[in-house]
Write a protein that binds this ligand. Structure first.
Ligand code: PMP
Length: 411
């Protein structure tokens, strides 16, 4: 078992006060904090190792190229991809999903085809498919959710048919924190000749992820939600699919040969990495992965579960707090959304901030889901393994004080 007190010390951002209070950072689903090793790695890269990759003919460039390509291997092993060339560096989850919609989608979707997503999707895994369907005169279908916000597998069986070409679902929901049955959905997709795209943005920081075990064809995630820098992300894709797809962007780094009237593309993954990549970002992300591996993803998962098991019953016990989704802590992987009576979530979040508690309020970029919960917005608290029971207590006390403050207006 890691020493959580020592782990916490690696996150210097936690050592400050906010509005004169101890900081309880509970907005990890928006972005995670960065450990010392990641910050120091970025600094040392820029101080001593900065050079462009792949084309250099000098030591610094060889070294930068080696570090960048090693980062790819670190990611490959982290998610158990079959080969490093199945790892494409992107700007984040959003870019990864847009890449698939604009390449695989453009190439394979025809009028009358169907794309199946779920009602739980973040806009990043909704709008690219919606727009592709509009461009191609295809149909976008939504898998319904159960009363606790889980993917309704019986409905998925109805919606995924021989007409389906793409199934795209989130692994862990960013509003309710529920885990989707990816393996079962992948089987349904494959039985019908479709591919499955998984939005892993909220999963990689909470669960051990094995893309082969999940049978995912594509799996997209963001570095900044898993201790890494912003502006770097990963798209995993099965080699056979990536090889058949056209490039996403054109320019330097992605070509084998350029003639006046035509060009040939480089092999994967370079075919999908046009232009100078985010070299420091990839190296920083690999450092973040090594940090997670050192803590251990099984321990991260257990710690999240332990904190949620502590927090959820206390939240539920406050009269006037409405929890969305399941009442079972195990079905809230790091995330819980709630409202406090009729108070506006933005007012609640502002009041919590006054007590040093950082949470998010709004539709969390998942408007269809939040509307299906019967509201326009919620307050969302999201945990990471470096949180403490003290952060949960601070949230609970701050909610009670907010309730007291607004007691005249609370219904
Ligand atoms: N999908 C989910 C489930 C998310 O939570 C997020 C980030 N809030 C995204 C996609 C988009 O990630 P990014 O903004 O890093 O591209």
């Amino acid at each position: 078992m890691p020493n959580w007190e020592l782990v916490r010390q690696d996150f210097s951002e936690l050592r400050q006060t906010m509005n004169g209070e101890r900081l309880a950072y509970l907005d990890n689903a928006a972005t995670s904090l960065k450990p010392k090793s990641v910050i120091e790695r970025l600094l040392s890269f820029y101080q001593q190792e900065n050079a462009n990759v792949h084309r250099g003919t000098y030591q610094l460039s060889f070294k930068a190229t080696e570090e960048y390509e090693d980062a790819r291997k670190v990611i490959q092993h982290f998610i158990n991809a079959a080969a490093a060339r199945e790892i494409i560096f992107t700007r984040g989850t959003t870019e990864g999903i847009n890449l698939i919609a604009s390449t695989y989608g453009e190439q394979n979707i025809e009028p009358g085809d169907e794309i199946v997503i779920s009602l739980a999707e973040h806009h990043s895994n909704l709008i690219p498919w919606q727009q592709l369907a509009l461009r191609k005169k295809a149909t976008l279908k939504y898998i319904n959710l159960t009363s606790t916000g889980e993917i309704d597998l019986a409905d998925a069986k109805q919606k995924i048919t021989a007409k389906t070409k793409i199934v795209a679902v989130t692994h862990v929901g960013n509003v309710l924190g529920n885990v989707s049955p990816i393996r079962k959905l992948a089987e349904l997709a494959h039985q019908n000749g479709a591919i499955i795209v998984v939005d892993g943005a909220q999963a990689v920081c909470h669960l051990p992820v094995d893309v082969q075990e999940l049978a995912a064809d594509f799996y997209a995630f963001s570095g900044h939600k898993m201790l890494g820098p912003t502006g770097i992300g990963v798209l995993y894709g099965k080699q056979k699919l990536l090889e058949q797809m056209p490039p996403y962007q054109f320019g330097g780094e992605m070509i084998e040969d350029v003639q006046l009237d035509n060009s040939k593309w480089d092999q994967i993954p370079h075919k999908f990495e046009a232009g100078t990549p985010n070299i420091a970002g990839a190296i920083g992300l690999a450092t973040a992965v090594k940090y997670l591996e050192q803590v251990g993803m099984a321990q991260v998962k257990a710690r999240d579960a332990e904190l949620m098991a502590y927090l959820l019953p206390k939240l539920m016990a406050i009269p006037g707090v409405k929890i969305y989704g399941s009442q079972n802590p195990q079905q809230h992987v790091g995330v819980v959304s709630f409202n406090l009576g009729t108070l506006h979530p933005h007012d609640v979040a502002t009041a919590l901030d006054m007590e040093g508690v950082a949470v998010r309020a709004g539709h969390h970029c998942a408007e269809p889901l939040v509307h299906s919960l019967g509201t326009n917005s919620t307050v969302r608290a999201s945990l990471a393994f470096y949180n403490y029971q003290a952060d949960c207590d601070q949230l609970i006390n701050a909610i009670k004080e907010t309730k007291e403050f607004f007691k005249g207006e609370l219904r």
